[in-house]
Design a protein around this ligand. Sequence first.
Ligand SMILES: Cc1cc2nc3c(=O)[nH]c(=O)nc-3n(C[C@H](O)[C@H](O)[C@H](O)COP(=O)(O)OP(=O)(O)OC[C@H]3O[C@@H](n4cnc5c(N)ncnc54)[C@H](O)[C@@H]3O)c2cc1C
Length: 362
Amino acid sequence: LRRVPLLIAGGGPAGAAAAIMLAGAGQHPELIERTEGAHDVVCGGFLGWDALTALRKLGIDPAALGARPIRRLRLAGRRHAFERALPQAAAGLSRRTLDEALLARAAAAGAEVRRGIAIRSVEGGLVRTGDEEIQAEALFLATGKHELRGAARSLVGARKDLAVGLRTSFALAAAAAAAADLDGVIELHPFDGGYAGLLLQEDGRVNLCMSVASARLRQAGGIAPLMAALAAEAPLLGARLPEAGEEPWLSISNVPYGWRARTGERGIYRLGDQAAVIASLAGDGIAIALASGMAAARAYLAGQSGVDYQRGFAARAGRPLAVAQALRWAAEHRGSRGIMLGLARAAPGLARMAARLTRIDA
Ligand SMILES: Cc1cc2nc3c(=O)[nH]c(=O)nc-3n(C[C@H](O)[C@H](O)[C@H](O)COP(=O)(O)OP(=O)(O)OC[C@H]3O[C@@H](n4cnc5c(N)ncnc54)[C@H](O)[C@@H]3O)c2cc1C
């Protein structure tokens, strides 16, 4: 049995943010991440202005990583699309690049980053990997959508409404890229039971991410038949989908949008998707992950217990999660979707207000 003061389980944006803050304050956190190196993640890669501010506070310059500025939201109906200016500049960046930069920054700040190790289970502050038991005085749970045996999120209530996340990326030929006109834009295609989001990432490829109600994907009988059905139902979206089988899809199931950890335990701090899961349509999950990692580190440094931190963060995440849930519901149902798109087209201020109210720090 090895004893450590601070252990961070998971090295996505939430775990890395906590590691950077704790190490920057002179602590020596240990971070365990199961991937060995750079990897793709099911994520749209949209960084809102709150995420950009948090990254700069953590010593990361998104522009230096190649993040592409995004100033407009394009909302696509079945056949027509329109654009609205975002309240502030956002950006598009792949998670492959972002997560590596955050972990490198954590290591440079003095955190011990251990990769290629999967945590098997957790019991209070006792963490078991394949070949080690580690007792942590304070444990930061940051494994995202992946549950740890012994510390799984209690998803009662969220179970009936779970979604599947899908992500691929593809290259556009130069002419098609010009026609696609994705420069400076986050493009959203809401459909029955989900939405698709597209943006250009730093390498010039298109990041295509989707969220689909689990029931709809099941009924379609798989990803390929779902894409065929979507192409028939929404021609504008159909024109954006890669040829079937052209690019591999990553997927993640059982995404509990709207869930948050309302209570905590002494010595345990839940971060990121382990603390609060915002509907991905809002594009604020990374900002919430960074904000929670920073808030938990600050709470620990100030001697605040996991119980108080968790209650405080749940309250802070309440508004963005609730607004995002309402938008998601309206976007995923045919009747309300038409009204929502009509309102956003008629009153430009409404789309901007929705974008603002879904930020963790509006
Ligand atoms: C379809 C979809 C699209 C999205 N698009 C956007 C978007 O455009 N913008 C945005 O801001 N948010 C978006 N999100 C949300 C965003 O991806 C998440 O909120 C964010 O990744 C949460 O960060 P995290 O650090 O909590 O978890 P994660 O990013 O999931 O990181 C968790 C880390 O823990 C590691 N891990 C897991 N289990 C173990 C284990 N047992 N042992 C060791 N390590 C482990 C994983 O390898 C991973 O590196 C989207 C979500 C979905 C589902």
